[in-house]
Design a binder for this molecule. Structure first.
Ligand code: FES
Length: 106
């Protein structure tokens, strides 16, 4: 199991155990993390699973694909560390990952 922490915009922390091979979005949904809507179910067509990757984790997580980058234009207040959580696959190297949930989606 891989530990992933979601931090809401008000500072509320959700520490989760993620399954390798699942996505960060699926982990949020399974753990009822508020603020991750995931309208399209992970097809990279809605941008409502937007998260800010904690600065300490940006290099490890890596950047978005071209398709994801295009969708991030539709996200609420995108920043350089923005990612769509349905496009981040959980793996051992992400153990301890911290992501921040935006104030709102869309
Ligand atoms: Fe729709 Fe991630 S769930 S883009």
């Amino acid at each position: 199991m891989t530990k992933i922490t979601f931090i809401e915009s008000d500072g509320t922390r959700h520490e989760t155990e993620a399954e390798n091979g699942a996505t960060v979005m699926e982990t949020a949904i399974m753990n009822a993390v508020p603020g991750i809507v995931a309208e399209c179910g992970g097809a990279c067509t809605c941008a409502t699973c937007h998260v800010y990757v904690d600065p300490d984790w940006v290099d490890t997580v890596g950047g978005p694909s071209v398709m994801e980058e295009d969708m991030l234009d539709f996200a609420f207040e995108p920043r350089p560390n923005s990612r769509l959580s349905c496009q981040i696959r959980v793996k051992d190297q992400l153990d301890g990952l911290v992501v921040h949930v935006p104030t709102r989606q869309g």
